[in-house]
Design a protein around this ligand. Structure first.
Ligand code: FAD
Length: 194
């Protein structure tokens, strides 16, 4: 079962692993040893010397529900830009259906009825001259949205630890797992242990 979501890496600090190792090795005047030991960064991270991985960052595009982004933006060491429901009209129903619901035709019917009713009310409010910023009050948490997020590597590790865990929202877990897989490919020396 999976959610109809998107997670794309847009930009990552070039040479990120070398950069953070360089920052760390500067502390110990061992710059001549950069690249000589693949476990060096992981040892620093285990020791709690994590500020050095703050020098690298990554920017992601995420398409998911507003329920998810509401939780995601609680991570404060970050920069976010999210599609506005004040200035952009959500003219056509675009929403996330949890696979736990889409697996059961009876529940799909219940769910779709609620979505159709929400968008019908939204359109009627717009037609009555209500601004999008107020009409959106009737839209659901399921509403699909887009967000661009920039986090440094330390914060990405933190987000993966919290949000890929079984305690997290299932949709969030999928997003965090996708971020984890991308980061493990891009910077295995920093994310390989997760
Ligand atoms: C399973 C789960 C359930 C949750 N349930 C709820 C809920 O019911 N209600 C709710 O409101 N929230 C809930 N949250 C959100 C949670 O409380 C945090 O707001 C969110 O996970 C952001 O994480 P954070 O605060 O660790 O870190 P970030 O904002 O990502 O910051 C990273 C780290 O920086 C440090 N930091 C950042 N800001 C400060 C600060 N002001 N003071 C000191 N240290 C700081 C902390 O060490 C922090 O861990 C839940 C989160 C999870 C994972």
């Amino acid at each position: 079962m999976s959610y109809d979501i998107e997670v794309k890496l847009l930009v990552i600090t070039p040479g990120s692993e070398t950069l953070v190792e360089r920052a760390g090795r500067l502390c110990y005047a061992s710059g001549d040893k950069i690249g000589s030991n693949d476990s060096w960064l992981q040892t620093r991270i285990r020791q709690g010397h994590e500020s050095l991985i703050e020098h690298a960052s990554a920017t992601f595009y995420i398409k998911a529900s507003r329920a998810l982004t509401h939780e995601l933006v609680r991570h404060r060491i970050a920069s976010y830009s999210q599609r506005s429901q004040r200035y952009v009209k959500e003219s056509k129903p675009d929403y996330i259906t949890p696979p736990e619901i889409s697996a059961d035709p009876r529940l799909v019917k219940v769910y779709r009825k609620a979505m159709d009713a929400a968008w019908q009310s939204y359109r009627e409010l717009l037609e009555a001259g209500i601004k999008a910023e107020l009409a959106r009050y009737v839209l659901p948490n399921a509403c699909s949205t887009e967000i661009i997020c920039t986090w440094n590597f330390r914060e990405i590790r933190h987000i993966i630890k919290l949000r890929a865990s079984p305690a997290a929202l299932p949709e969030m877990r999928e997003v965090a797992d996708m971020i984890k897989r991308i980061m493990q490919k891009e910077a295995p020396l920093v994310f390989g242990d997760l």
